[in-house]
Design a protein around this ligand. Structure first.
Ligand SMILES: C[S@@+](CC[C@H](N)C(=O)[O-])C[C@H]1O[C@@H](n2cnc3c(N)ncnc32)[C@H](O)[C@@H]1O
Length: 317
């Protein structure tokens, strides 16, 4: 377990976020055990094309992805979740190099454990060292280790959760934890029709709404919150000017909510929202600018026929 994953961090984030105007909560707190399970189910939804396309791109191009390396790379994954799609790459890497060390990093400890056990059972030659905690703390730890080369994975459009400056800061953090010749395989969602984007975050079965509202339930469970989840509505809309889908929880009416362990009362007016997530969508030019701005050069890229999603391999310079 590395830093940035304590109850105190969640409490502090809730205190700051619900005490702000407008209210907000960091999206990494979606992923407690219940939230991680919900996200896994979202990945199978017909509207959530992101996982399906990314998995196809990884499966189809996996050999080319691992063949960039002359010697056996250590594979480090940020926000690995269930590692479901990564399995294709790990299989290809084991076939090519015989043995592979895989280091998944995630805030969700229970999910990491289940994923690591399933992978080591399935793939002879795979050694897993899981790091439970925040990306930055894990990258700081990796910076001190000298093994090379490394293939970093950042999949599932997770970079899109960061605003441009923070995205560059995180990419630079990866840069600083790596060496010349290491690679980053990055999966990103592309700008497209608003109706397709909005459907992906407003699925007909209501799973994404449950995922969003789980944040309130988590506050109730862990911090003695008194949220009545039914008095909030899930809202996801595409802001074309900012090229991002925003998720919010909207208060149905004026209300005051006590959070016992924080000794605070959060007051909501009717229609007031808690901003819970941004998912930025990129153009290819923007992605190439992000690479240049953070010390990487694009080496290869794969896109589906419709141009909805892109996986790119960047080389660290
Ligand atoms: C959008 S999901 C993607 C999961 C998986 N990579 C995929 O493509 O399906 C984001 C994952 O990153 C983890 N996560 C989110 N923020 C994190 C952070 N700051 N540090 C470490 N893990 C984080 C979550 O627990 C979750 O498993």
């Amino acid at each position: 377990v590395v830093g940035g994953q304590t109850d105190d961090c969640f409490a502090e984030a809730v205190r700051i976020g619900l005490g702000s105007m407008p209210k907000w909560l960091p999206c990494r707190y979606f992923y407690d055990t219940a939230g991680s399970r919900l996200f896994e189910r979202i990945c199978d939804l017909p509207e959530y094309y992101l996982t399906r396309i990314e998995e196809r791109l990884l499966r189809t191009n996996r050999r080319e992805m691992v063949e960039r390396f002359g010697t056996t790379p250590v594979i480090v994954e940020l926000g690995s979740g269930s590692s479901r799609k990564t399995r294709w790459l790990l299989e290809a890497a084991c076939a090519r190099f015989g043995t592979i060390e895989y280091m998944p990093i995630d805030v969700s400890g229970p999910l990491l454990k289940v994923a690591a056990e399933a992978l080591t059972d399935a793939l002879a030659g795979l050694r897993v060292t899981a790091l439970v905690g925040d990306y930055r703390a894990a990258l700081d730890l990796l910076r001190k280790r000298r093994e090379c080369p490394r293939l970093f994975l950042f999949l599932g459009s997770s970079l899109g959760n960061y605003e441009r400056d923070s995205a560059i800061a995180l990419l630079r953090h990866i840069h600083d934890a790596s060496h010349a010749g290491d690679r980053l395989l990055l999966g990103t969602d592309l700008v497209k029709d608003a109706a397709i984007l909005e459907a992906a975050y407003n699925d007909a079965s209501g799973l994404t709404a449950q995922f969003n509202k789980n944040l309130l339930l988590r506050i109730n469970r862990e911090l003695g919150g008194r949220f009545d989840v039914g008095s909030f509505i899930h809202r996801a809309h595409y802001d074309a000017a900012r090229s991002r889908v925003e998720m919010h929880l909207v208060s149905r009416h004026e209300q005051q909510v006590r959070i016992d362990k924080l000794g605070m009362v959060a007051a909501f007016s009717e229609g007031e929202t808690i901003h819970t997530e941004n998912s930025h969508k990129y153009t290819i030019t923007e992605l190439q600018e992000l690479a240049a701005g953070s010390g990487f050069v694009e080496e290869l890229a794969w896109t589906d026929e419709a141009g909805w999603y892109r996986v790119q391999m960047w080389r660290r310079v």
